[in-house]
Ligand binder design. Structure first.
Ligand code: PRP
Length: 183
């Protein structure tokens, strides 16, 4: 499959400047809330890599980072909410202040499952930061403390989000033309 940004991308929904400015606001809120504490950031591979890289570098709170990779059982059953751990954390969460860092909340099923899984590991606290959320797609309510942007329920790529692994490295968020995913 070829990569043709000029043919594939429909519209830039959020520019790099808009994203970084919002992440700065979120970082300020996080620094305020975790003042005097140590924080463990848990990134969810692969989409959250960009958010984690930029958000973590805006924080003054001392942070450690760890990563999880999860997958729903087969692409067709994503809505089942059954999640499989592909890579678990290296860190023991006992008594830790944990902040899950996600790129996007679509149905909310991944985060809902992940939050309850991590909460059961004896954390001191657990909160969620997500840069994008599609309010019209949410199927389960997830308690997200730090949210970047509510976006339309379109197919979007960039800033960590992919279409068949393409376009994750765009600095902005863009919608895809229908012909791309209808192929
Ligand atoms: C995306 C995103 C979230 C999840 C959100 O990951 O990074 O983890 O989907 O969807 P949900 O709210 O409907 O559960 P994806 O499975 O595409 O993997 P990736 O991050 O490796 O691209």
């Amino acid at each position: 499959m070829s990569i043709n940004p000029s043919e594939d991308l429909k519209e830039i929904l959020l520019t790099e400047d808009q994203i970084l400015e919002r992440l700065g606001d979120m970082a300020q809120d996080i620094d305020r809330d975790y003042h005097g504490k140590k924080l463990l950031l848990v990134g969810v591979l692969k989409g959250a890599v960009m958010v984690m890289a930029d958000l973590s570098r805006m924080l003054t709170t001392p942070v450690a980072m760890d990563w999880m990779a999860v997958s729903s059982y087969g692409s067709g059953t994503k809505s089942s909410g059954v999640v499989r751990i592909l890579k678990d954390l290296d860190t023991d969460l006992l008594d830790q202040h944990v902040l899950i860092v996600e790129d996007i909340i679509d149905s909310g099923l991944t985060l809902s499952w992940l939050a309850s899984n991590l909460r059961s590991r004896g954390v001191a606290s657990l909160e969620i930061a997500a840069l994008f959320r599609k309010p019209d797609s949410v199927k389960v309510d997830v308690d997200v403390k730090y949210i970047g942007f509510d976006i339309p329920s379109e197919f979007v790529v960039g800033y960590g989000l992919d279409w068949n692994e393409k376009y994750r490295n765009l600095r902005y968020l863009a919608s895809l033309h229908e012909h791309v995913y209808a192929e």
